[in-house]
Structure formats: structure tokens, C-alpha cells
Design a protein around this ligand. Sequence first.
Ligand code: AMP
Ligand code: TRP
Length: 332
Amino acid sequence: MTDKKKTLLSLVQPSGDLTIGNYLGAIKNFIKLQDEYDCYIGVADLHSITVPQVAAELRKRSREIVAIYLALGLDPDKVTIFIQSHNPDHLKLYWVLNSISYMGQLSRMTQFKDKQSRADENNNAALFTYPTLMAADILAYNADVVPVGIDQQQHMELARDLAIRFNSRYSETFTVPESIINESTRKIMSLRNPEKKMSKSDEDKNASIFLLDPLNVIRKKIKSAVTDSLNNFDYNDEQIALKNLIDIYLAFTGEDLDQVLAKYKGKGYGEFKADLADIVANDLENFQNKYNEIISDKERLDQILKDGAEKSQRKTRNLLDKVYRKVGFLQL
Ligand code: AMP
Ligand code: TRP
């Protein structure tokens, strides 16, 4: 029965503390879809070293992300949870895909251009071919669907292109993956600058709500989020800061837009923000209690990851053998 399920895969980088953007944009979909698909959810530690990391911190964060996945509701009995570096097939495929990745296409990736322009001491080659590794993550599992935020759309296009290119050059091998993107939470914006994505790595810590922020900090960040001076509670593209807060409200409550507009019409933004602060803080309090319990059981986490490494290798092994045969590597 389970064999018939389609495959879902996604990874998150352990390169900073996770925000509600990661949760609403991506992880919420993993949880929602975990019964419907055969799911592989990973921690992209290989991707993380494209920017300098402190080794001990990176190790710690990798385990923390797993605890976050579980506390948010991923069930390790249903989902394979794994660390990217624990399955060398990602890297084996990465090399092959590098051989069909064009420099031109990689140099047009907006995330690469962005990171390159900000960190000129960090023009490393891994940063350039990072999207090829992401494609390898996906294609190694023959994933049908990949839940991500909109910022990964261009990388998803590359993964699709590489699947199609390999298939036409060597014969049908890879599934061409589809993104799953949640329309209203595809890009949660910064609380300080609604033109910018809410990001783990924003220097202004008030711009992002981190899942593990103390509750009073979460409340304060929401209450002091920028809005506008129109004093008109509405949902539109002229009021993008308010729109973002309403999107967050809808995602946390499950209410629909008309309900929320009716509730706050004619009222000041302050009342809405105070309610939103309570809603998010209460939700995350629940999550944080679970997280604290889970993170203290290192043995259980490591067992989940050992099982995950095995299951993920079991999933990719045959396909990698097939790929290595097709490209002409001698097999004995
Ligand atoms: P990253 O933080 O880049 O490792 O992202 C992990 C996942 O979260 C990816 O699928 C991203 O697209 C998604 N994500 C990150 N930030 C946001 C955001 N502000 N809004 C929506 N999705 C996001
Ligand atoms: N590049 C993604 C990000 O920064 C993380 C990632 C790595 C990923 N491999 C993936 C996402 C495979 C989806 C599928 O968010």
C-alpha cells in the first residue's frame, strides 16, 4: 500500500535559528502532507557550509532542527527524517548533475547573485553550484513533490531542467519534480521591512520571529512590527506590511480573510497586533514545551537519525547504481 504513495522531499538548512517563515512557508506543508505521501525530510548540512560555520554550532543546530520538526508535528514513524551528509548518494549524484549544469544558468540564480554581492570574501565554488546539489537531493529520491517557499522556485526550475536534460541525454531516469507552494504563506515578509523576506540571517533580530524566541520577545516584536499610517484595516497590495501580518494571522488561526476583515474593520492596528501577538505566542508556547522535552532526549533523536540514514540510503541506492551505469562508470 505504502509503495503506491508518491514521494515528497524537502530539506531545511541548519544555518541559523528557524523562523515562522520556515514554519509557515515550508514545514507546515510537510506536516499536512505526511500521511498522503512517502516523505523524506532532511537537514541540509552540506548546503550550510557554503557560508562559514562554526563546526560545533552546526552539529548542534542539525540536531535542533530535527527536534523542531518533531515538536511541530512530524511523526518519525511515518516520515524518514535524515541528515543530508549521512547519505553519500546526494554527493554522488551531485557530481553527475554538475556535468550537465550550465554555468550560464547557475550564474543567473538570484540567490547566488545576492549572496555573492554581499560577501566578496566568500566567493566559493560551492555557493555557485549549490542549486545543483539541491537538484541532486531531489532527483536522488525521484521525488514527485517538493514543498518550499517561493524563494526556492528558481532552484526548483533548475532541478526540473536537469531531470529533463538527463532523461533526454541518457534515457528516462528521473521524475520531474513539482513544487508545492502555499499561496498565502509563500513568502512571509520581515516585520521591519515588508519588501524583504523574513530570514534566519537578517541582522536585525526584530525583523524575524524565531520559533524559539522567548514569548515576551515574540509579543514585543509583533506589537512593534511596522505597518502604515493609513489607519485602514484592509488587505491589499498598497498596505503590504499589514497584509503580511494578516497572512500570519490567517495561517495561525485557520480563519478566513472575510472573517478577520469584519472583526477588525474600523479598529486601530494596535488591537489587531495585540491579538496576533497572543495568538502566535500561545501557539509557540505549546510548540516550545514540546521542543524542550524532545531536545533533552538526545538518544532518541540520534536513533531517529540512524534509522533515517538507513532508510534514505535504501531509497536512493538503486537509482544511483542505475545513474552510474548510464553515464558509463564501470561496475563489477
Ligand atoms: P532556508 O531558511 O533557506 O533553509 O529555508 C527553508 C525552507 O523555508 C525553504 O523551503 C524556504 O523557501 C522556506 N522559507 C524560508 N523563509 C521563508 C519565508 N520568509 N516565507 C516563506 N517560506 C520561507
Ligand atoms: N536550498 C534550500 C533552502 O535554502 C534547502 C534545500 C536543500 C532544499 N536541498 C533541498 C529544499 C531539496 C527542498 C529540496 O531553503
